[in-house]
Design a protein around this ligand. Structure first.
Ligand code: SF4
Length: 374
C-alpha cells in the first residue's frame, strides 16, 4: 500500500484524539482535501494545521470504544519511522502543516511502539533539523527511558487517562492498568519536566472519554482537579464517547452533546479561574446541570458573596460573577486604579462585561442593578 493510502487510513483513525479545545467541529478534519491534516485551535483562537496521525492501527489492546480494538477484523496498516518522518517533512515544506500530533496503536508491547514513535521525532529533530511543534502521545506502559527521550524531543506530551477511576478504566479495557500503566507514567512526566523546564516545554495534557461508563461529572472533575494540583497537567480534554460500528460498545447509549462542553466550562473554572471543586454545583446524579453553565449555577448557590460591588470587589470575586471573564475583570481593576468609578451598566458593557448576565449579581456605586431574583 502506498503512503498516501496509509495516511488516509491512519489520519482518519487519529481524529478521536483531541489536541485542542472543545470538540471536533472546532478541531476540523480537512477530510478529502489533505489527508491527515486537522486544524487545531490555540488558546488565543488561532487555527494551526497539524498532521495528526497514528503510526499504526494494529493493536493488541481491547479498548471497548475503539475501532482498533484487537478483535476487530479489518485492514491494518503501519508506517515505518522513516516513511512517516519524510512524509511529515514533505507536508511541512509544502506548508500544508505547521506541526505534528503523533499517536499509535500498540501491536505488541508498548515499548516497541513507543520506540518507533520516538524514532520518528528523533529523525525530524536530528536528521531533518525540524524545530517546529510536536505533540507526542505517550503510550500506557512505556518505559521511563523512552519517556525521558520523548520529553527531550517533543514540545508537548500526553497520555490518555480515559477514565476518572481504576474501576472506570477496567470497564473500558482489560489490558490497560490505571495505576501502573497510566498514573505512574503521568507522575514520571511530571517529575522529569519539573526538574528540567526545557523538557516538553508546552507541558503534559490528558484526555477523558466521556459517557462510555457510568462515571459522573463529579468523579471526572475530581480527577481533573487532582491532576492539575498534584500532577502539573496543563490541560484536560474531554472526548465525547461515540458508539462505533464493530466495537463492543456499538449499542451503548450516546451521551448528551451538551455534556462535554459543560465539562470544559467547569474545567476552565478550576484550571484558569481558580475555583475550588466545592464551588461547583452538581445535580442529584452528581452530574453538571446541562441547561446553564457551571459558573451561573455556582453563583446561584453562593448567594453570600452577591451582589458584588464592582468598585470594591477583589479580582477573585469579580471572576465569580457570571458575565465577567478574566479580561474584563482585569480591565475593571485597571480602571479602578486609574481612579475611574463604574456608575452604570453601560460603563461595564464598554469594557467587555456581558451585562445581561452580570446584572442580577452586582452593585454599582452601591446600587442594585436588577430587581431579578437570583
Ligand atoms: S490502545 Fe486502545 S484506544 Fe489505543 S488504539 Fe489500541 S485499542 Fe484503540
Amino acid at each position: 500500500m502506498n503512503n498516501a493510502k496509509k495516511l488516509e487510513i491512519l489520519g482518519d483513525s487519529a481524529r478521536y484524539d483531541r489536541c485542542n479545545y472543545i470538540n471536533s467541529s472546532v478541531e476540523s478534519f480537512l477530510r478529502g482535501k489533505i489527508p491527515g491534516v486537522y486544524n487545531a485551535s490555540t488558546s488565543n483562537g488561532c487555527k494551526v494545521p497539524l498532521l495528526k496521525v497514528l503510526m499504526t492501527n494494529k493493536c493488541s489492546n481491547d479498548c471497548r470504544y475503539c475501532i482498533n480494538h484487537n478483535k476487530h477484523r479489518f485492514n491494518r496498516v503501519e508506517f515505518s519511522p522513516e516513511e512517516l518522518a519524510s512524509l511529515f517533512i514533505d507536508y511541512y515544506q509544502n506548508r500544508y502543516v505547521e506541526g505534528l500530533f503523533l499517536s499509535s496503536g500498540i501491536p505488541n508491547d508498548a515499548e516497541n511502539s513507543m520506540e518507533n514513535m520516538v524514532e520518528v521525532i528523533s529523525k525530524l529533530r536530528l536528521d531533518y533539523g525540524y524545530k517546529g511543534y510536536i505533540h507526542l502521545k505517550i503510550l500506557p506502559g512505556s518505559s521511563y527511558d523512552l519517556i525521558k527521550r520523548a520529553v527531550s524531543l517533543a514540545d508537548r506530551v500526553s497520555i490518555n487517562i480515559e477514565a476518572a477511576t481504576p474501576e472506570g478504566l477496567s470497564e473500558l479495557s482489560s489490558t490497560k492498568k490505571y495505576d501502573t500503566d497510566i498514573l505512574r507514567r503521568i507522575n514520571w512526566i511530571k517529575r522529569l519536566t519539573k526538574r528540567d523546564k526545557t523538557l516538553a516545554p508546552s507541558g503534559q495534557t490528558t484526555q477523558f472519554i466521556v459517557g462510555a461508563t457510568d462515571e459522573t461529572d463529579q468523579q471526572i472533575l475530581d480527577r481533573v482537579n487532582w491532576l492539575y494540583k498534584k500532577m502539573d497537567i496543563k490541560r484536560s480534554y474531554f472526548s465525547t464517547f461515540e458508539p462505533m460500528k464493530d466495537t463492543p460498545l456499538e449499542f451503548h447509549e450516546e451521551p448528551s452533546s451538551k455534556r462535554s462542553p459543560r465539562l470544559y466550562q467547569a474545567d476552565y473554572l478550576l484550571n484558569s479561574y481558580g475555583f475550588n471543586l466545592d464551588e461547583l454545583v452538581f445535580d442529584e446524579n452528581d452530574n453538571l446541570k446541562l441547561d446553564a453553565d457551571p459558573k451561573y449555577y455556582s453563583a446561584l448557590s453562593h448567594k453570600e458573596i452577591f451582589p458584588v460591588e464592582i468598585n470594591e470587589a477583589p479580582y477573585e470575586e469579580l471572576l465569580r460573577v457570571p458575565g465577567i471573564g478574566k479580561i474584563s475583570a482585569a480591565r475593571i481593576i485597571r480602571n479602578r486604579k486609574l481612579g475611574n468609578c463604574f456608575k452604570k451598566l453601560e460603563d461595564l458593557k464598554n469594557i467587555g462585561v456581558i451585562t445581561s448576565r452580570a446584572e442580577p449579581f452586582i452593585k454599582l456605586d452601591n446600587k442594585y442593578q436588577s430587581t431579578l431574583e437570583f
